[in-house]
Design a protein around this ligand. Structure first.
Ligand code: HPA
Length: 268
């Protein structure tokens, strides 16, 4: 199987899965959605091919609202992946969403973003839909369950096998960024039913759906959402950036272990 992996904050900490001695190749895929080709790192692990894109570019410089989500999904589809697992850093809003240092496998999201190229069906690129092997005729892709149920189940099973505690479901608010939220915005997101908050699950998940690719997300909770950090003995709340420094590495290590367990499970 060919598996697409899109890494977000902390992707630079990500090392190849499988044998530490495996050969990592770089391929460049030209798509209809960007002048530059998309650079993908690929390697074999546990009998499968992993194709990895760092979402924010090789130097982590591309902000969430400027990521070329269409080019990424198109490149993975053209390169032959059969499913996509996204790694996202998020802030925790509710207890169900999880506390810093834990992983969540969200089952829903609410898209609060604006101005992003969010569909392959933009009225101009229909030929390119055919090139991607998807219908050229306008599709209103179903998003009732936007994160693939079977892939989520498989990740949850792998977590159990590997003894990794994960929060088994949750609704992710997708905010425009790059600024972080106000405390009042987080209160509103909680009233809307959101458990975690990030900046990149939309439009990525819906584009994967349009491309006909099962897509699920491993969300690393790297901070308490704005205004939600516990107060210490001196009445101070840790800043979000202090929390990120503390938790991004731990979430990456756990995501890596979960992916290893998932690949092993696929091979057995
Ligand atoms: N808000 C939005 N995106 C994020 C956060 C957050 O608190 N933490 C990591 N990504």
């Amino acid at each position: 199987m060919h598996i697409g992996l899109i890494g977000g904050t902390g992707a630079g900490l990500f090392s190849p899965l499988g044998d530490s001695g495996c050969i990592v190749e770089q391929i460049e895929v030209q798509t209809a959605f960007a002048i530059e080709s998309v650079v993908i790192k690929q390697w074999q692990a546990h009998g499968h091919w992993v194709l990895f894109i760092p979402r924010h570019g090789p130097n982590a410089q591309t902000p969430p609202h400027k990521v070329n989500y269409r080019a990424h999904i198109a490149a993975l589809k053209q390169a032959g992946v059969e499913q996509i697992i996204a790694l996202n850093a998020v802030g925790g809003i509710t207890a169900a969403g999880g506390s810093p240092g834990t992983l969540t496998i969200p089952d829903q999201y609410i898209d609060y973003t604006y101005g992003r190229e969010h569909t392959f069906y933009d009225g101009q690129q229909m030929q390119h839909c055919a090139d991607l092997g998807i219908s050229e005729a306008l599709q209103h892709v179903e998003c009732s369950r936007p994160l693939d149920a079977a892939l989520r189940r498989a990740l949850l099973q792998a977590a159990v096998t590997a003894g990794i505690a994960v929060n088994a479901a949750g609704t992710c608010a997708v905010m425009q960024g790059p600024r972080l939220e106000t405390a009042a915005e987080i209160n509103k997101l909680e009233r809307d039913g959101c458990d975690i908050v990030g900046m990149t699950l939309a439009p990525e998940a819906a584009l994967a759906a349009e491309a006909g690719l099962p897509y699920a997300c491993i969300a690393g909770v790297v901070n308490c959402a704005a205004g939600r950090a516990p107060v210490d003995g001196k009445g101070q709340q840790q800043s979000i950036h202090e929390q990120l420094d503390e938790w991004v590495g731990a979430c990456m290590t756990q995501s890596h272990a979960l992916l290893e367990a998932y690949l092993q499970q696929l091979s057995s």
